[in-house]
Design a protein around this ligand. Structure first.
Ligand code: F6P
Length: 552
């Protein structure tokens, strides 16, 4: 095979399946969702899937059976299934870091075998889970005390990115399952305000710091952890020996943990085959386990595993992450959609979309393919969204009547959580909005319908809703730890599918490095006025202005 042919085979946009989709898109142009439903009375029933507790409805998408078939053919042609099997098998599919990608092993049952370099990693996973369980039980029961013998009542998780977003999000999601007598806070920002607000009203004698960092070199985390240690020792009036009772580490780097001064006995380990943004099922979930307890944590892992197995074994026609990934490709690559909204109708999911931003955008925000060639096709979308109904009174106007195509996922629950008590009655109103929005987005309101309401002719265009805005509805009966696991795994594998079709490495994140290096270089210019080589004219002028404003 000639070199140019070899390259052509790895370019999705050069494949016949891609061209077939482009042609099909042109043929479908002008088709409205109203037409698709009129043509197929079974559509609402046919375009649904049940995965575990999740009911998925994709009938309100601008697709036909033919679209779905062509998308599946693209997936097959681009090797999605082979790469999926390679991931589950433990092959080193993170090629730029030469690492296996095995977050699925973190939720595999004890009886499973997953090998990396000939070694089964599952026993190690369960050994750490066991150690976490024992520790969580000791803290939650009051057996583990602080340096002065007081019971731990506060947990402060210090980490950033994947060492923060997962547990912080899940803590919010599962608040009603948490021990309400335990205060759990998450500090990530290197802005001292974050740490200040987290600890200002805490008694250090009752506070446990969980330092979460895969590398244990991340500047934000090490800075916050160092400040936290100073705060604790100063407030307790204690020596270094107090650290052992108030600091634990979650990391892959025992050497750096010891260097920081945390006894490696108090370290909960994970491994380089766990990507940061895929890590909250690992030791990184310790703060969450402290909050919800080991049993609930394991229920969550079981939810993840359920969807892993679905993704691994379900036929393409009924494979939910595959479908979600392909729908994203349909809009991003064939309709030029630039973003994807995730709109949960649950207050508890307030940080869910922020979590998905790292998962999706750090994974698929790439512009070279796996061979290092620039890509000529759109890759990961901008992911955004906040819980309904707040968004309805903010940015939904743009989705309904703006000029952009914004596919959206709507996530809702049939039952409010039990704890809501007298406020549970509001749930039907919340969900009425949930259903109404996807209806309005899909079907809109025609000029004829507007006129029929007696609207004056000059206002008809303003009050018309074009509709045809695609949405996926994900409905579950209740927000439980298992359902959360199912949801996250669904999105993890959706991101995987897209990365595979685009032929990019979804598991590295070189794009965050340059800013880190430059920040280190710029800092002495701010503090000491040092001359920084290579500072451009604009940044240099801004640094001078900053120093003047700081009175330096
Ligand atoms: O943002 C870059 C990143 O490397 C993420 O991928 C990671 O989740 C985060 O930094 C934190 O890294 P660490 O856990 O090593 O402190």
């Amino acid at each position: 095979m000639s070199e140019s042919n070899a390259q052509a085979t790895t370019r999705p946009d050069q494949r016949p399946e891609w061209h077939a989709l482009a042609k099909h898109r042109d043929e479908l142009a002008g088709t409205h969702l109203r037409d698709l439903f009129d043509r197929d009375p079974e559509r609402a029933g046919r375009y649904t899937l049940q995965v575990g507790d999740l009911h998925l409805d994709w009938s309100k998408h601008l697709v036909t059976d033919e679209t779905l078939r062509l998308l599946r053919e693209l997936a097959a042609a681009t090797g999605v299934f082979e790469l999926r099997d390679a991931m589950f098998r433990g092959d080193r599919i993170n090629i730029t870091e030469n690492r296996a990608v095995l977050h699925t092993a973190l939720r595999a049952p004890q009886s499973a075998t997953v090998e990396v370099d000939g070694e089964n990693v599952v026993p190690g996973v369960h050994a750490v889970l066991y150690k976490m369980t024992q520790f969580a039980d000791r803290v939650r029961s009051g057996e583990w005390t602080g340096h002065t013998g007081k019971r731990i009542r506060n947990v402060v998780n210090i980490g950033i990115g994947g060492s923060d977003l997962g547990p912080a999000m899940a803590y919010e999601v599962l608040r009603s399952y948490t021990d309400r007598d335990l205060t759990v806070r998450f500090v990530s920002n290197v802005d001292g305000a974050d740490l200040h607000e987290a600890v200002r009203d805490l008694d250090p004698a009752e506070t446990l710091f969980v330092i979460a960092s895969k590398t244990f070199t991340t500047i934000e985390t090490i800075t916050n952890a160092t400040s936290a240690r100073q705060w604790l020792l100063a407030r307790l009036g204690a020596g270094e020996d107090a650290v052992a009772k108030h600091f634990v580490a979650l990391s892959t780097n025992a050497e750096k943990v010891a260097e920081f001064g945390i006894d490696t006995q108090n370290m909960f380990e994970f491994w380089d085959w766990v990507g940061g943004r895929y890590s909250y099922d690992s030791a990184i979930g310790l703060s969450l386990m402290l909050a919800i307890g080991p049993d609930r944590f394991r229920e969550m892992l079981a939810g993840f595993h359920l969807v892993d197995e679905h993704f691994r074994t379900a036929p393409p026609e009924h494979n939910a992450p595959l479908l979600m990934g392909l729908l994203g490709i349909w809009y991003g690559n064939f309709h030029d959609a630039q973003s994807h909204a995730v709109l949960p109708y649950s207050h508890y999911l307030s940080r869910f979309t922020a979590y998905l931003q790292q998962l999706d955008m750090e994974s698929n925000g790439k512009s070279v393919d796996r061979d290092g060639n620039p890509v000529a096709w759109q890759t990961g979308p901008v992911v955004w969204g906040t819980p309904g109904t707040n968004g309805q009174h903010a940015y939904y106007q743009l989705i309904h009547q703006g000029t952009k195509l914004i596919p959206a996922d709507f996530i809702g629950f049939a039952r409010p959580i039990a704890e809501l008590g007298p406020f549970a009655g509001q749930h039907d109103l919340l969900m009425a909005n949930f259903f109404a929005q996807t209806q309005a987005l899909a079907f809109g309101k025609t000029p004829e319908e507007v006129r029929a309401e007696g609207v004056s002719e000059e206002l008809v265009p303003h009050k018309t809703f074009r509709g045809n805005h695609p949405t996926t509805t994900i409905l579950a009966s209740e927000l439980t730890p298992s359902v959360l696991g199912q949801l996250i795994a669904l999105y993890e594998h959706k991101v995987f599918v897209q990365g595979a079709v685009w032929n990019i490495d979804s598991f590295d994140q070189w794009g965050v490095e340059l800013g880190k290096v430059l920040a280190k270089r710029v800092e002495p210019a701010l503090t000491e006025g040092a001359d920084v080589a290579g500072l451009d004219a604009s940044t240099s002028a801004l640094v001078s202005k900053y120093r003047t404003l700081r009175g330096r």
